[in-house]
Design a protein around this ligand. Sequence first.
Ligand code: PMP
Length: 339
Amino acid sequence: MADDGMTYAEHIADLVGNTPLVRLSSVTDGIDCTVLAKVEYLNPGGSVKDRIALRMVEAAEASGELKPGGTIVEPTSGNTGVGLALVAQKKGYKCIFVCPDKVSEDKRNVLRAYGAEVVVTPTSVPPDHPDSYYSVSDRIAAETEGGWKPDQYSNQNGPASHYDTTGPEIWRDTAGRITSFVTGIGTGGTITGTGRYLREVSADREGGRVQIIGADPEGSVYSGGTGRPYLVEGVGEDMWPEAYDPKVVDEVIAVSDADSFEMTRRLAREEGMLVGGSCGMAVVAALRHARTLPADAVVVVLLPDSGRGYMSKIFDDGWLASYGFRKGSTEQTVGQILE
Ligand code: PMP
């Protein structure tokens, strides 16, 4: 912030983190304890991924991997790309993002709007194929002078950013009263870093330490699945990334697409929070967990991104119907699969 009596940030990237907690009050019917949402779409790039972007870039500058005028190359279709792009602007780096062709033109245009170059690769090839988005990003990073690939799936600065920011913010804002933390698992960075901090800080607390609960799409490996397809974006995996430490997690709750989308619609309509599908998923898991807890429990659930990126999907009744979900009109929620 400026020191001339006025209050302003020097750059939008300086506003990453310090997101608020908001109590959920409508979707919590039948639950006795307090359920608080950590609203990550209020980050400047619109998602939790701004945190890891900033930390990964600053660590690469410190280690010399990223040099002045360098180029950031990452396979990403959305949130991490936006975070990297706005940090890159502040610091004068170029960005090249590699997206599979299943990613909508709208999402690619968001990345281009921030000044990034977008390279599109075919979706229907295995990860080790030379045209896969992993292989193409490796090749571009190696062949571009000053190229650097953050690799959010293995970069330990992802979990470290949450250990240093997300965890302490939640502990501070709940005055150390949080009893459970619930979040979706994608790269695993959020749950690993935040969970590790909250476990450590509460380790000797009277009444026991904070419970760390993962939310996972049905079919993903974290909840024992085989990687079978699901529609919720940004969470679940078909392999185990290095950014994820399962030892930090007490329980993983699997949630269906239908339940995730219904809750996503309810959060917009009843709580005034237009959020993405992985937020609905995390809230379903948080409420299932909260139902088992006494009135003095405090559950914090992290909401990773905004619903703006999903208007033609989760918030479109025709799209939902095309996948066999019941229409989500204003009176009626997605609820059940018709089949
Ligand atoms: N939700 C969305 C929309 C995401 O983009 C991500 C990140 N892939 C997550 C949840 C999960 O976060 P993490 O990668 O830290 O596990």
